[in-house]
Design a protein around this ligand. Structure first.
Ligand SMILES: N[C@@H](CCC(=O)N[C@@H](CS)C(=O)NCC(=O)O)C(=O)O
Length: 202
């Protein structure tokens, strides 16, 4: 299988982390969807990354579907609980929260890239506030736990670290570490994982 993406996309990072943590053999191809000749447009009608192309050419999208599909391929480790409905919901909710942070951060980033005269301050404020509230919620849920959910790593941790890396990249002025030292300590531990180091190395 091959994963199409770019190194800055937080959704792609999440998908990559899942594949890497589960040691699933794949090829990672950098393929910005807007570049002429991109395979993404042919594979995914939405022309978005990540797009996971299976050996029979089936295209899997979007990142929550890729994560769920990849997680079903082996048990080492199980990243989305399978038998405990509440635990499963909580992991998926963490993913939704992290994806929502990514969504709002992307909106802010795109808005500030517009010429100053055509920027809409209310959009920037609304989405920055959503990120700020979501981070406070994450910090409250994490507390002093080692992992976001349960006794071992899960998709929740991989989704959250992807969102936070994107904030560092695009909205460093948010300075989330100062507001949430527990998230900062958890992030340091996550950053030591080979999977995270691999996605940051390129
Ligand atoms: N909900 C989707 C979001 C994917 C998404 O929006 N990806 C962006 C890159 S960060 C994209 O491909 N945008 C289209 C473009 O750049 O042309 C997912 O989780 O995979």
């Amino acid at each position: 299988m091959k994963l199409l993406g770019t190194n800055t996309s937080p959704y792609v990072r999440k998908a990559r982390l899942v594949l890497l943590e589960k040691n699933i053999t794949h090829t990672y191809l950098i393929d910005p969807p807007r570049e002429p000749g991109s395979q993404v447009v042919r594979a995914n009608p939405l022309a978005r990354i990540p797009a996971l192309i299976l050996d029979d050419e089936t295209c899997v999208f979007d990142s929550p579907v890729i994560a769920e599909y990849a997680d079903s391929l082996n048990d080492t480790p199980i990243l989305i609980p399978r038998n405990d409905d509440l635990a499963r919901m909580r992991v998926k909710r963490w993913e939704a929260l992290a994806d929502g942070i990514m969504d709002s951060a992307v909106v802010v980033r795109n808005e500030v890239l517009r010429p100053a005269a055509s920027q809409d301050a209310s959009i920037i404020t609304r989405h920055t506030d959503a990120v700020t509230r979501a981070l406070a919620y994450c910090a409250g849920q994490l507390g002093e736990q080692h992992w976001c959910e349960g006794p071992r790593i899960s998709l929740a941790d991989l989704a959250l670290v992807s969102a936070l890396i994107y904030l560092d990249l695009r909205l460093p002025q948010l300075n989330w570490r100062a507001a949430h030292p527990n998230l900062a300590a958890w992030f340091v531990r996550m950053s030591e994982r080979e999977s995270v180091k691999t996605t940051l190395a390129e």
